[in-house]
Design a binder for this molecule. Structure first.
Ligand SMILES: [Zn+2]
Length: 416
């Protein structure tokens, strides 16, 4: 097992050790990796993601890009392939070689802020609403925890955030201690680990939270900075709460502010007036859409009346043939319906050549032709799709089709 220096010295960012094993790349894993006698690098575990940093190996500064733990408790340091080439060529590294490790301080500080923030937030949800945390996830942008609860109100979100920030502002000490499992059971931990371990590492936020955890934490809650709760969503188990702490909270707020500022500028409005402006725009859009629909209906009616007047008559009905290049198929449909319902027996053979092009065939109710059959017949020659009833049929044609030719063909069929 690797001795884990971060257990007792979570602020330790530089350490000396000795290489224990060099693991050569395999088919599945292209990177070299190393285990050390002791390490301050945190491996991904318990919801917290791994550290990154550097190893000094006989004058070569090698990047550690990932750190994982094995089932038997060893910490594996994965080395960036490009960084290792030179070292490997020189016969390095080797077991027994002295090594100096450096942890990326910014990344570690960020993880400690998020992770300790999670302890405080989970405890606040218990204290205020008796909602236990069942899992924790740390991503690159935000963190989340899953609460075992059926519902969570916006007021409860604000309540837990407020209580957590109080604990942060009070700058309470965060202590590490070790107890036996039997002792731990008596202490009333927020969460007991499932593993059968004799000794448990406890993290205590003074007079607020006590839980077993192997992660890295700040040594006083003030270093968390602040906690900001964001999205909540239902999951199978309960409710997921997204949150960010410390530097991440500032970055997220900065990004939100940027987006909101851009939106406000589009409306020439104040930031807090943006939702109102959006609501107003939606209403305006809805009204404009309705006006457009009414205008199109009137236009279709007027065009249909004019077309009906000029249409030739055959077998006691007017035949209107019309192709629209600047109106879509739904307008063609409107036009055909209007033209065949003006009290004069009529057939309307209409096309739209706008993308996607289409055909609409309609006749006045009770007419003797069969629009569905006529459309099918015309479409069969060009492989289009569509159909309908005796009085109304509609279909689509491919962009390369000559719609006007198809209309002529249909008119010819009716006339014959
Ligand atoms: Zn922890």
């Amino acid at each position: 097992m690797t001795k884990r220096l971060y257990y007792d010295q979570p602020a330790l960012l530089e350490f000396d050790s000795v290489v224990e094993e060099v693991i050569a790349p395999t088919g599945e894993e292209a990177r070299h990796s190393l285990t050390l006698r002791e390490s301050a690098f945190y491996p991904t575990s318990g919801g917290q993601v791994h550290d990154t940093g550097w190893l000094m190996l006989d004058g070569d500064r090698v990047r550690v890009s990932e750190v994982a733990e094995t089932e038997d408790g060893r910490v594996v340091h994965y080395l960036e392939p490009s960084a290792l080439t030179r070292t490997a060529e020189g016969g390095h590294p080797y077991a027994g070689m002295a090594v100096h490790g450096s942890i990326d301080p910014e990344r570690r500080r960020d993880h400690m802020q998020q992770h300790t923030g999670q302890h405080v937030l989970s405890a606040a949800f218990i204290e205020l609403y008796q909602m236990p945390t069942v899992s924790f996830h740390m991503g690159d942008d935000y963190c989340s925890l899953d609460l075992a609860t059926a519902s969570l109100s916006p007021e409860q979100v604000v309540g837990a955030e407020k209580r957590s920030n109080e604990i942060i502002f009070e700058d309470r000490p965060v202590r590490i201690r070790y107890v036996s499992r039997a002792e731990a059971e008596k202490l009333g931990l927020r969460k007991l680990p499932p593993a059968e371990r004799d000794e448990l590492r406890l993290i205590e936020v003074a007079d607020f939270d006590l839980s077993a955890c192997g992660g890295t934490h700040v040594n006083a809650t003030g270093q968390i900075g602040s906690v900001l709760l964001r999205k909540t969503e239902k999951t199978r188990q309960g409710i997921r709460v997204e949150f960010v702490c410390g530097g991440r909270a500032v970055r997220m707020a900065r990004r939100d502010y940027g987006a909101l500022t851009e939106a406000a500028a589009l409306f020439s409005a104040q930031l807090w007036d943006v939702p109102n402006q959006i609501r107003k725009s939606f209403e305006d859009l809805k009204a404009a859409r309705k006006e457009k629909e009414d205008a199109l209906e009137q236009l279709a009616g007027a065009m249909a009346a004019a077309a009906l007047k000029d249409a030739p008559e055959a077998d006691g009905r007017r035949i209107i043939v019309r192709s629209f290049a600047d109106h879509d198929t739904s307008f063609a449909k409107l036009f055909a319906q209007k033209a065949t319902r003006m009290g004069v027996p009529a057939i309307a053979l209409v096309a739209s050549t706008m993308d996607p092009p289409g055909l609409v065939f309609a006749q006045s109710p009770g007419g003797t032709a069969d629009m569905g059959a006529l459309l099918k017949q015309v479409l069969s020659s060009v492989g289009g799709r569509g159909g309908g009833s005796r009085d109304f049929a509609q279909g689509g044609i491919s962009a390369g089709c000559d719609a006007e030719q198809l209309l002529k063909q249909a008119a010819g069929t009716i006339g014959s």
